[in-house]
Design a protein around this ligand. Structure first.
Ligand code: ADP
Ligand code: ZN
Length: 532
C-alpha cells in the first residue's frame, strides 16, 4: 500500500484506518487499473476515488448524476482543504470560465462533471489539455436500463475507454443485483476491472414491515414509542401525500417538514438545511430526497408507500444509521399498495422487455413484504449474499409470523372473481363474499351468485389480507383500467381446482416490538459484535 494513500486518509480526511476494501480498491486505481466498487450506501465509496485522485499527479474526474450530489461533495471536499470543483448546467458562464482556468493551470485535483457535459466537444478539448489521473463513475447503476435510476447519458460513458485508454476508471454503486452488475461491466467495458463487493448487510438497521391500518396513526405510534425526538425520513409516493403527512405529523407535535420536487427550490433548501443542522427533524419526502444527503445520525427511515423495487427500498432504508448506531427501517403496506403498484407498473410505457423486468422487481419487493422468515436473509439473498443464519434482528426473527391454511378462503375468493366476470375490485368482491346487499351488488344481481355470502366466517380485514396475498403472489392480476378490477391469473388454476393448497401469513397490525430503539439495541450488542 502506498504510504501516501494512508497519509491522505489521515491528514486530509482525518481517519485512522481504511474501511472494508477501500485500501485494496485505492491500490488498484493507483496501479493504473480499472476497478468496480459495490458498497452499501454509507459504506465509504467516495474515498475510493478521492484518495487516488489526490495521490496521483493530475486531476481526478468524477461523473455524477445529480447536481445536488455534486454540490454536496464539492462543498465537503473544499471544507477539508481539497481543490475540488464542478461543471454542470447549474454553474453560470462566468464561474465556468473560472473553473476552466483553474483546471488548465493545475489548480484542481478533483473535478465533478455531469455526464451530459463530459462528452461535449468543448469539455473533451478541455480535458485533452490536462492530465486526467482517473475517471470515477459514481452511481454507476444509472447505466443500467433495468435499474431504477436509468440515465441515458451514462451509456455514452463507454467511450471513455477508447478516448482515454491509459486512464484508470473506477465505477461505484450501492445498488446492483447480479443482472445490473453484469450490465454495468458490459456497458462501461470494465471486463478487466477487479470487482470489489462489500457486504450489503447493515447490521445496525432493524427491519420491519407491517400491515397497513390507519397508516398515519401507526407511524405516529412508532415515532412516539421508539424514536421520540429522533431525526428520520418518511417516504411517500406522491407530493400531495407528502404535504398531508407532514402537516398531520406537525399538528401532532413532531418537527416534520415536507420535501418534494414540486416545492420552490428555496424552501427545499431551507428544509434540507434544518434537517441537517437541527435536532430531531423529520423529513417527509418523495424519493426526490436523499441521494447525496450525508447525515450520519438518521435514526429511522419509514415508508408509507411501497417502493417499486428492493433496490429502491434498500437504498432508501440505507440512509438510516450511517453512523453505525442502531436505526430502524419501518414500513407499512396493504392491499391498496399492491393494487396501485401493479397499476402503475402496467401503465408503464417502457418496452415489453423492460416491463417484464419491472414486474419482476416489483414481485421481489412484494415477496420481501410477504416473507415469513428472516427479513434480512431475504434481503441479502436478493443481493446474492446468502446469510447462513437467521439474523435475530428483524421483525420476523423477533416474532415469527404465524401462517394459516388459506386454501378454502383462496378458492372462495378466486371463484368470486370468476363468477362476477373479473370486472370488479376487491372492495366489491368482499361485499359479495360477506353477503352485503349494497346498491352495487343489487345493480349487478350479485346477490344471486353462488359465491354470495359464502365468506362470512372471515372479517373484511381478513378478506383484504387474502386478496392482497393472492395479488402479491400473482395468482390474481390487477386490471389496468384504473378501477383495480381483479382478474384470474392462469397460475391460480390448480388452486381453484383443488389440486393445490396455500398458506397465508396471519397479518399483524399492532406493533409487536416493544421499547425504544435504544433499549432494543442493548439486547442486540452480541449480534452487532458478530456481524459488525
Ligand atoms: P457512500 O458514498 O458509500 O454512501 P460516503 O463515501 O459518503 O459513503 O461515506 C459515508 C461516511 O463514512 C462519510 O461520512 C465518510 O466520511 C465516512 N467514512 C468513509 N470512509 C471512512 C473511514 N475509512 N473511516 C471512517 N469514516 C469513513
Ligand atoms: Zn432476521
Amino acid at each position: 500500500m502506498s504510504e501516501s494513500a494512508l497519509a491522505i486518509l489521515k491528514n486530509t480526511f482525518g481517519y485512522d484506518t481504511f474501511r472494508g476494501f477501500q485500501e485494496q480498491a485505492i491500490a488498484e486505481v493507483l496501479a493504473g487499473r480499472d476497478a468496480m466498487v459495490l458498497m452499501p450506501t454509507g459504506g465509504g465509496k467516495s474515498l475510493c476515488y478521492q484518495i487516488p485522485a489526490l495521490a496521483r499527479p493530475g486531476v481526478g474526474v468524477v461523473i455524477s448524476p445529480l447536481i445536488a450530489l455534486m454540490e454536496d461533495q464539492v462543498e465537503g471536499l473544499r471544507q477539508l482543504g481539497v481543490n475540488a470543483q464542478r461543471l454542470h448546467s447549474g454553474i453560470d458562464y462566468h464561474h465556468q470560465i473560472q473553473v476552466e482556468q483553474a483546471l488548465l493551470t493545475g489548480h484542481i485535483d478533483v473535478l465533478y462533471v455531469a455526464p451530459e457535459r463530459l462528452l461535449t466537444v468543448s469539455c473533451q478539448r478541455l480535458l485533452d489539455q490536462v492530465r486526467v489521473n482517473l475517471f470515477a463513475i459514481d452511481e454507476a447503476h444509472c447505466v443500467s436500463q433495468w435499474g431504477h435510476d436509468f440515465r441515458p447519458e451514462y451509456l455514452q460513458l463507454s467511450r471513455l475507454k477508447e478516448r482515454y485508454p491509459g486512464v484508470p476508471r473506477i465505477a461505484l454503486t450501492a445498488t446492483a443485483d447480479q443482472r445490473s452488475r453484469q450490465e454495468i461491466i458490459e456497458r462501461l467495458s470494465l471486463n478487466n476491472a477487479r470487482v470489489f463487493i462489500d457486504s450489503f448487510n447493515r447490521p445496525n438497521i432493524f427491519y420491519r414491515i407491517g400491515q397497513k391500518k390507519q397508516a398515519r396513526q401507526q407511524l405516529l405510534r412508532f415515532l412516539q414509542k421508539e424514536h421520540p425526538g429522533d431525526a428520520g425520513i418518511v417516504y411517500c409516493l406522491s407530493r400531495k401525500r407528502v404535504e398531508d403527512v407532514a402537516r398531520w405529523l406537525s399538528s401532532r407535535g413532531t418537527k416534520a417538514l415536507p420535501y418534494h420536487a414540486g416545492m420552490p427550490a428555496e424552501q427545499r433548501k431551507v428544509h434540507q438545511a434544518r434537517f441537517l443542522k437541527e435536532q430531531g427533524v423529520i423529513i417527509v419526502a418523495t424519493t426526490a430526497f436523499g441521494m447525496g444527503i450525508n447525515k450520519p445520525d438518521v435514526r429511522f427511515v419509514a415508508h408509507l408507500d411501497l417502493p417499486r423495487s428492493i433496490e429502491a427500498y434498500y437504498q432508501e432504508t440505507g440512509r438510516a444509521g450511517r453512523d453505525e448506531l442502531p436505526a430502524t427501517a419501518w414500513m407499512v403496506y396493504g392491499l391498496q399498495d399492491v393494487v396501485l403498484s401493479q397499476q402503475i407498473q402496467s401503465r408503464s410505457t417502457a418496452s415489453m422487455a423492460i416491463q417484464r423486468v419491472e414486474q419482476q422487481k416489483l414481485d421481489a419487493m412484494l415477496a420481501l413484504c410477504e416473507v415469513t422468515r428472516c427479513r434480512r436473509q431475504a434481503l441479502l439473498n436478493y443481493f446474492d449474499e446468502p446469510l447462513e443464519e437467521t439474523c435475530g434482528h428483524c421483525d420476523l426473527c423477533l416474532e415469527p409470523v404465524k401462517t394459516w391454511d388459506g386454501t378454502e378462503a383462496a378458492r372462495k375468493a378466486l371463484s368470486c372473481v370468476y363468477r362476477t366476470g373479473q370486472h370488479f375490485n376487491a372492495a366489491h368482491l368482499i361485499d359479495v363474499l360477506t353477503g352485503k346487499k349494497t346498491a352495487k351488488v343489487i345493480q349487478y344481481g350479485h346477490q344471486h351468485l353462488s359465491t354470495f355470502g359464502i365468506g362470512q366466517t372471515l372479517s373484511i380485514t381478513q378478506w383484504r389480507s387474502v386478496f392482497r396475498q393472492l395479488v402479491a403472489r400473482r395468482l390474481i392480476n390487477v386490471d389496468t383500467d384504473g378501477y383495480g378490477a381483479l382478474q384470474l391469473h392462469p397460475t391460480c388454476k390448480p388452486l381453484l381446482k383443488g389440486d393445490q393448497t396455500i398458506h397465508f401469513r396471519k397479518d399483524r397490525y399492532e406493533q409487536p416490538i416493544k421499547g425504544k430503539a435504544e433499549e432494543r439495541a442493548k439486547g442486540i450488542s452480541d449480534y452487532l459484535h458478530d456481524f459488525g
